[in-house]
Each structure stands twice: as C-alpha cells, then as structure tokens.
Design a protein around this ligand. Structure first.
Ligand SMILES: [Zn+2]
Ligand SMILES: [Zn+2]
Length: 357
C-alpha cells in the first residue's frame, strides 16, 4: 500500500465525492508526479458533474486547472526537476503528431492527447497528480510569480489568450465579449493587450459587469435585460457599425444569435463558449451578405510560456479573479457556490487538504 491522499471523484451523473485515493506513481518514463499547491474549479467540471461531458469517465479524479511542485520525475523527463514550481497545461500533447506540429494541441492524436486531465485520466483536485508527457505539459513558474498569479494560465487564461488571437484584433477596434464569467473576463484582459478602442462586456449579472469595469477588464458594460434592443445599443456604442470582433463566452440560450447579430458586416465572431444544449442555429439566409467569419472550438493551450512571461513582466495579471479560497476539505460546497453564487464568486482557489492533528 502506498501513501493515501484526498481526491474529488466523479461518481457518475450528478454525483461527486471526496475520497481517499492512492498517491499516483510514475507509469511511463516521461511522467512526472506533481504535488498540488492550488487548484480551482472550472465550468467544465460542473458540466462533467451533471453528466454533460460524454468523454468523462466515471471514477476519475476531477480538476484540470492547477499548479504545484514537482515531486517525482520519470527517467526521460528533462525540462523539469523535483522541487520546481509548475503550471499544468489543461491539454496533454505529444508535440510530434501532425496537429501538435501545427500548434493544434487540443487535437493531438496521441492516446492521452487533448483534454484528458480530470476527464479521461485522473485530475488535480487532489493531493497529487500524475502528468503524462511532462516535458510538454508542465511549465516552470518564473521566480517572483505566485501560485495565485499562475493558477489560471493552463486553462482559462490560455482560452482567453487563444480567443484574442482568433479575433485578429487591430488597434482601435471595438470588441464585444458576451459573458463576464472567468472565460469572458480572461478574454477581455487578453483583448486589451491588442489596444482596442473599447472592450464592451455583456452579461446579465450586474455584479460581474461592475467587477469587469472597476478592475480594468472592460471599458463599457451592458446588461441585455436592461436595454430594449441589444443590437441597436451595440451599434450606437460602436460608431454605428457594430462590433469589429465579437467573443461569445456566455453559452446561454440565445447568446449565439446575439453574437452574430451585434457583429458588424465582415466582422469576426469567435465562439469559445461550451453550450449545454445543441443545436445552435446558423441562419445563413438571414445573414447573407453580412459576410461574417466564424471561428469556434476548444482552446489550443500552446501559449503558456508567453503567458507566464507576460505575468512575470507585470503586463498581465488575472489573479483578482480569485474571489474565494477554501481547503480541499470544503470542495463539494465550493462546487455548489461556484455554480450557483455567480454574483459573489468568480473563481475559487482550492488549497491542500487540512488533516486534523
Ligand atoms: Zn476548464
Ligand atoms: Zn500530438
């Protein structure tokens, strides 16, 4: 019997439980074991809990956003050493296949390629995690960058960065972001790096809009429930033309339609939301002549190095999204709060399990 740790386990549709698990060990020469110092809950975890992620395996340890300290490495691991502080990339990737060579790491076709951690293989809402292909999937946190500052790099901040890249923003553009949750807010922060004229945040929760405005994520905020016509309001705010780039990070019932309606002719619509319901309608006859470009999908998290450099140099910081911190002991209550208390909570940082002395 090896050492035991606490881990949050997906038990099948609707059920999660905090259980004792064996501390993972090296299975492949390229693996590393990481001791988790901070993890967090993502809306994808909530989707898994509700049985909405078909790939998710029953019995796996949840969690795909975390940072920690390298505890053990396999003999072929070269890029990290025991004791290094690291971020974990949400996607596992080989670095050698057709897709990896082109930067499409989400589509990596190796056995554990793409989003596997906390979905198809054990995740990091636990004491320790085994990371396959550790040379690709771990990045050392630069000195002077805290675990809190690095926590979101591997997943939600990577998503915001990737979205901003897809948006092909030009200086002076109007960018509209639908959804001021963690993904939308990270998208706003990354979009700001392209010096748009205005970033406009749209959400139905006023507390989140206030957060976006007062913390420098957005320049203008809009609650669609408080305006007569969102399309007309956005037009007024964007020199009469509509948004140059729309980022759809809300995934609501009608937010896909809002996204293409508020885009200007020949604009770009970036869909990073994960919808709970299919299908979303693309009314090509109605939008004929609007000549929109749509880009969709799940992040290719291949820019963690750049993000860590930007954080290290003080040009990017989203650690203020962490609005609550609790130990792993309280993670089940934290899932509930993250899902239902969107007014007060943006991201919850989970610290290691506290054992009774
Ligand atoms: Zn996630
Ligand atoms: Zn690959």
């Amino acid at each position: 019997m090896g050492k035991l740790m606490k881990a949050l386990v997906y038990k099948g549709k609707g059920t999660i439980s905090l259980e004792d698990r064996q501390v993972p060990s090296i299975c492949d020469e390229r693996d590393a074991i990481v001791e988790i110092t901070l993890s967090t809950i993502c809306s994808s975890d909530i989707h898994i809990m509700h049985g909405q992620v078909e790939l998710a395996k029953e019995g796996i340890v949840l969690g795909h956003e975390m940072v920690g300290k390298v505890a053990e490495i396999g003999p072929l691991v070269k890029n990290v050493s025991v004791g290094d502080r690291v971020i974990v990339n949400v996607e596992t990737f080989c670095g050698e296949c057709f897709y990896c060579k082109r930067g499409y790491v989400n589509n990596c076709d190796s056995p554990d390629g793409g989003w596997s951690i906390g979905c198809k293989i054990d995740g990091g809402q636990a004491g320790y995690i085994r990371i396959p292909l550790a040379d690709n999937n771990l990045k050392i946190i630069p000195e002077g960058v805290s675990y809190e500052q690095a926590l979101l790099v591997g997943d939600v901040l990577s998503t915001g960065w990737w979205a901003a890249e897809l948006g092909e923003l030009n200086p002076g553009d109007y960018a509209v972001v639908l959804g001021a949750g963690p993904t939308g807010l990270c998208t706003m922060k990354c979009a700001q790096l392209y010096t748009p004229l205005k970033v406009i945040a749209v959400d139905v929760i006023n507390e989140r809009l206030e957060f976006a405005l007062s913390n420098g994520y957005a320049d203008i905020v809009l609650n669609p429930l408080e305006v007569d016509n969102l399309e007309a309001t956005v037009k007024e705010l964007t020199a009469g033309r509509g948004a140059d780039v729309v980022f759809e990070a809300a995934g609501g019932k009608d937010t896909f339609e809002q996204a293409w309606r508020i885009a200007r002719p020949s604009g770009i619509v970036v869909i990073i939301a994960a919808y709970e319901d299919d299908p979303q309608y693309l009314p090509l006859r109605t939008m004929y002549g609007k000549n929109l470009t749509f880009k969709t999908g799940g992040v290719h998290a291949n820019s963690c190095d750049v993000l860590l450099d930007l954080i290290s140099s003080g040009k990017l910081d989203v650690s203020d999204l962490i609005t609550k911190t609790v130990p792993l002991n309280d993670i089940i209550e934290a899932y509930d709060a993250f899902e239902h208390n969107k007014k007060d909570i943006i991201k919850i940082a989970i610290t290691p399990y506290e054992y009774d002395e």
